[in-house]
Design a protein around this ligand. Structure first.
Ligand SMILES: Cc1cc2nc3c(=O)[nH]c(=O)nc-3n(C[C@H](O)[C@H](O)[C@H](O)COP(=O)(O)O)c2cc1C
Length: 107
């Protein structure tokens, strides 16, 4: 299959996950974090809209590991010390994004 319809076909990855299609939203910086470099409701809205758009993969934008070296104001920062309940900040963020995406019928 070599035509554009290939993009709409599922793709099984070696890890066992099957992507619903071969369209990937590349990484794009969001600049939507709050003044403490935390993700905001605007991230939820943005990723919800991208998920509804139907891409098989959504790559996140910049997630910085050291707040001294931002790519721009509004970057999300994940430093080891931050916790949300029992979860490290990075685990929390990944879980929230995964939950949002899995709640969409297109994925
Ligand atoms: C963390 C991260 C953030 C990025 N942010 C942007 C962005 O805001 N705007 C943009 O045009 N490309 C951004 N890029 C680059 C694109 O995701 C993409 O890699 C680039 O456009 C090249 O795409 P191509 O390989 O399909 O040509 C970012 C890349 C990374 C890794």
């Amino acid at each position: 299959m070599t035509d554009v319809n290939t993009l709409a076909t599922p793709l099984r990855l070696p890890c066992g996950v099957t992507l619903p299609n071969r369209i990937l939203k590349s990484a794009m910086t969001e600049g939507l974090a709050d003044a403490a470099d935390r993700p905001t409701a605007a991230h939820n809205t943005l990723y919800e809209r991208w998920a509804k758009g139907g891409s098989g993969v959504l790559l996140s934008g910049n997630v910085m590991v050291d707040r001294r070296y931002l790519e721009r104001p509004g970057n999300v920062v994940v430093e080891d010390g931050a916790f949300h309940g029992d979860l490290k900040h990075g685990q929390f963020l990944r879980r929230k994004v995964a939950e949002e995406i899995r709640s969409r019928p297109a994925v």
